[in-house]
Design a protein around this ligand. Structure first.
Ligand SMILES: Cc1cc2nc3c(=O)[nH]c(=O)nc-3n(C[C@H](O)[C@H](O)[C@H](O)COP(=O)(O)O)c2cc1C
Length: 392
């Protein structure tokens, strides 16, 4: 006790107390249940393979970390389940046409497929088995029509080179070295599309890096100035461990690479001064982080499709997951930079220009991402409990 009193008197004591307060506010002593799904054994004891595969699917990259997935287990056939888009988890300001949401359905499906191989199940994925959505009433259509029917059949378990990558963070927003992927890595990516309607292009020339970098910055600045879009993102920011354990979805400081002690202190600061991460503060941070990312990028990639149907969007998401997992197996990381592809009115000009420059006639750009060798690994982000995805 005497020692404690000695420490807390004086300047060093003040700093110690301040750090302690920030540590407590940030949730430094709390258990992090929202990270449990990243443990390989998380669902391994569940006897239903469909639940185990859902636990793998939900680790996939997804727009705004909304995790907008619902899974319906077939009551008659224990080897069949259906994936639905969760119409209550849309981000309608930033994604008014629900394109990112559909891509996110695909990212889930590809993780299911890869986990299935490892577990000894071939996953037959039938996209929109009851037809695509009625576009004029799309939210009700999401409730009624499954995005996919997944039918499992037993096969010999395979050691998939992609499997381990599922347990690494999907998105790395940190710095990448200025060494672009080499030609053998590039050709691995270019071979990933498994249908004529999908393609991947990689850009490593200085002229393209500058041009795409300009698009990324221009669109980030536009987005930073559109209050309703920024507010939508800020509203799902979880400031500290208490909030992260409560919601288990949305954004958190991990998204900016903060981990360990720094994570807790930053959370403490944001909890004490929420304005750091709201309004003008959030817009400035967003532009600053985007600029740092652009300055530490030696390669960009785009996924394009020959049409822009809901099926094309889902297939693009499957391809994006395949890219992420292939990247992990090569020591490469990715970060989507979606702003210039967003379909709200303020973004129309750069959206049209980017499409003219980087998609062929009649094609759509579904994803734009930076790709490279990360300087540091990224921390895992929040995930909900697997059973919260399963529909009654
Ligand atoms: C369709 C789609 C669009 C995305 N757009 C962005 C983006 O513009 N910027 C970004 O930093 N991350 C973007 N992401 C990544 C998600 O924010 C990320 O997957 C989610 O927050 C979960 O984090 P994790 O991928 O690290 O698990 C996107 C992901 C998807 C699937």
């Amino acid at each position: 006790m005497k020692i404690f009193i000695k420490i807390v008197s004086g300047a060093a004591g003040f700093i110690f107390l301040l750090l302690l307060v920030l540590f407590i506010l940030g949730g430094g002593f709390m258990k992090r249940s929202y990270l449990e799904p990243w443990n390989k054994n998380y669902a391994s004891k569940d006897t239903d393979p469909r639940v185990r595969l859902t636990a793998a699917g939900m680790l996939a990259a997804n727009n705004h970390n909304m995790q907008p997935w619902k899974v319906k287990l077939d009551k008659q056939d224990p080897m069949v389940f259906y994936l639905y888009a969760d119409s209550l988890r849309t981000t309608k300001e930033v994604d008014p046409l629900y394109r990112q949401m559909m891509i996110t359905q695909g990212t889930f499906l590809e993780y299911v497929r890869v986990a299935g191989e490892k577990e000894g199940f071939h996953a037959e994925i039938d996209i929109f088995p009851e037809g695509e959505y009625e576009e004029d009433d799309i939210l009700s259509s999401m409730v009624k029509k499954p995005v996919a029917k997944v039918t499992l059949s037993p096969v010999k378990p395979e050691e998939s080179p992609l499997y381990n990558g599922m347990y690494l963070a999907d998105t790395n927003r940190g710095n990448y070295t200025m060494e672009a992927p080499d030609s053998s890595q590039i050709s691995r990516f270019l071979k990933l599309p498994d249908q004529d309607r999908l393609s991947i292009k990689l850009y490593t020339e200085k002229a393209d890096l500058d041009k795409i970098g300009n698009y990324v910055m221009e669109s980030a600045k536009i987005e930073a100035g559109v209050t309703r879009v920024m507010d939508e993102s800020n509203a799902i920011f979880r400031a500290n461990e208490k909030e992260k354990n409560k919601y288990r979805w949305g954004y958190s400081v991990e998204g900016q690479g903060a981990s360990g002690f720094k994570r807790v202190l930053l959370q403490g600061l944001i909890t004490m001064f929420p304005s750091i991460n709201e309004g003008k503060g959030a817009s400035e941070n967003f532009i600053h982080y985007t600029k740092t990312a652009v300055d530490h990028t030696a390669a960009y990639a785009v996924i394009t499709t020959s049409g822009n149907t809901r099926t094309d969007q889902v297939l693009s998401g499957m391809l994006y997951s395949r890219m992420i997992l292939t990247g992990h197996s090569l020591g490469l990381a990715m970060q989507p930079l979606s702003q210039v592809l967003e379909e709200y009115p303020e973004m129309k000009q750069p959206y049209d220009d980017f499409r003219n420059d980087y998609a062929g006639q009649g094609q759509s750009v579904q994803m734009l991402l930076r790709i490279g060798k990360p300087e540091t690994s990224a921390p895992n982000s929040m995930r909900r409990d697997v059973m919260s995805f399963i529909m009654e």
